[in-house]
Design a protein around this ligand. Sequence first.
Ligand SMILES: [Ca+2]
Ligand SMILES: [Ca+2]
Length: 422
Amino acid sequence: MGVGLTVLAGCGEDSQPSQTEPPIQVEPTFCEHDVDLTSSYAFDAVGIHYEIPAGKTPTVPGGTSVAFDWVGMACTGTDANGADIARSPAGFRYRLLPLETTWRSLAPSVMSVTYPAAQLDNEAYRFEVAAINAREAFGPIVVREFEWNAPPETQFSQFVFPGETESQSVFFAAGEQGLPIEEYEPVRSGDTLSVTAQGVSLWALPTGNDPDGEPGDDGIAAMQVRLLDGPGLWEDVTVGQPFAKDNIYTEEGQDGYILTARAVDKYGRADATPDTVLFFVNRAPRFRVQGVVGGQPFSQSPAPGDVLSLKSLPSSTELEARFLGFDPDALNASRQLLEFSYRFAKYPGPDGKPSDKSYFSDWQAGNPTTGAWETTLSIEDGQREFLAGDFELLVRVRENRSSSLERLGRRVTEQRIPFRIE
Ligand SMILES: [Ca+2]
Ligand SMILES: [Ca+2]
């Protein structure tokens, strides 16, 4: 025989070590240990259990503690002689994200962990546990996920009012304050509410329920309502009481209102999807293309699609025009107090190409009695002649307010008028 080395890994007769040479030492192997998570559950003060199954993210009730039990599985490595050897876990590593961001160590004899309710909050959690071998190598990580404390749900209570077939939840009254609720009218999301000098009164009853609540206890600790015309703060209202507000106006430049309510449960968790109703106050003025002014028929000029004659113009730089506006709120029907402004968005330029250089004119008062505006229009302050061709005129009508009524806002409506001059 030559060099008398014998490899020890095999087990056949041929590989028996010789009597005279010592066995060759090999590096032992350390296998990975599985963890068998035997139970994962939440439990409340009277010990009622809520399972946390694998592959799901259940919501466990607010106020519960959460516990995990597991066993570490033995695995087969080899010893220094290369022989198979059963190894037990050298310990465990676990963490509960996001509460614990680093791994916690446990001795091999400790195979459970409990998180008291006081440590938990309104969050989604992820529990991870693994066994380690003697070399501190992790076996497969076992995961359970859960959310602690279901959020409450909020809605404005629905009522069916006389004359209404469908139930409504938010109501308004324009004008007189202190009316009985039966005389309020329903607000549908997206409505524009008519307005009076007293603004608008609003009434709604927000209610909430918490999935974690128990019989006799709806679990709602607070109710918050917000009436937004922009970013705003939540306002606490008494649970079970309606939210009511008078004198709601539309301020200058303001768009709509968003009425929102959210319930908050006793662990401080708020409904993430509050009930919401969008509405506007003060209907914008409108144009009347046909009407009656001072007992006489009235027709807007120019009206969309009109074809005018160049010869009919009073001068080469002037166009006679008349418009009629009205405010559907009839805040003060005898004094419409409307203002008008215009610009030519498109007109034939001197080079024959369409031009669009003009800006909106200053606001000009309409007739305070009739809401009519009879005027002469010009292009670029009379610097341009009217030429034959296609025009596009934009006319705006705006509510004019005396200083005592300016809280009502001044809503604007724009009319686009394509017309032609031949
Ligand atoms: Ca809850
Ligand atoms: Ca109005």
